[in-house]
Write a protein that binds this ligand. Structure first.
Ligand code: IMP
Ligand code: MG
Length: 177
């Protein structure tokens, strides 16, 4: 394993937790269909695991939101590089993101999506860096709380590196935290 990384959550811990979230979501959406909106790119890995642990009918759609570029501190501005391909009016929407940091990405998507009159919107994140929250945002399903460190793996990147790590790790170098 990479000497520059501290493993925070290994593959088994992540898989177990995603199974729990899937079971909870399946119970909460009993009798309903949902549309899981995967927030690219960071949520790609988490969302693909999560939907497979949900036993309700799940449609999938994707948005590409960007706020960071390659930098490790938020630019504070969210841009939508790719919007949904489907109409969410009257649908039960579950926004799935890899990590909530400042909360700006989720707040941006929530505001935008509510205007389209869905039946409901909930949020799911694998990682919650709540200590960094700048904008209040409600997280309905969270995998793990993470400390105020820069994390990579399981979809999370630094300059497009490490997304494919099958675990979540914190970057050791001080400049990253
Ligand atoms: P927010 O809009 O500040 O909540 O940040 C959301 C986005 O910032 C995430 O979807 C990630 O792309 C990125 N991000 C925030 N913290 C980290 C981190 O520790 N590692 C990798 N990406 C992060
Ligand atoms: Mg990134």
């Amino acid at each position: 394993m990479d000497d520059d990384l501290d493993i925070l959550f290994d593959t088994h811990a992540i898989q177990d937790r995603i199974r729990e979230l899937g079971a909870q979501i399946s119970r909460d959406y009993a009798g309903k269909e949902l549309i899981a909106v995967c927030v690219l790119k960071g949520a790609a890995i988490f969302a693909s695991d999560l939907v497979r642990s949900i036993t309700r009918p799940v449609a999938m759609d994707f948005v590409h939101a960007a706020s960071y570029g390659d930098a490790r501190t938020s630019s504070g501005m969210v841009t939508l590089k790719q919007d949904l391909s489907s109409d969410i009016r009257g649908k039960h929407v579950l926004i799935v993101d890899g990590i909530a940091d400042s909360g700006r990405t989720l707040a941006f998507l929530l505001e935008r999506f509510w205007k389209r009159e869905p039946a409901s919107i909930r949020t799911a994140v694998l990682l919650d860096k709540a200590v960094r929250r700048a904008v209040p945002v409600h997280i309905d399903y969270r995998g793990f709380d993470v400390p105020d460190r820069f994390v990579v793996g399981y979809g999370m990147d630094t300059g497009e590196h490490y997304r494919n790590l099958p675990y979540v790790a914190a970057v050791k170098d001080a400049a990253a935290t």
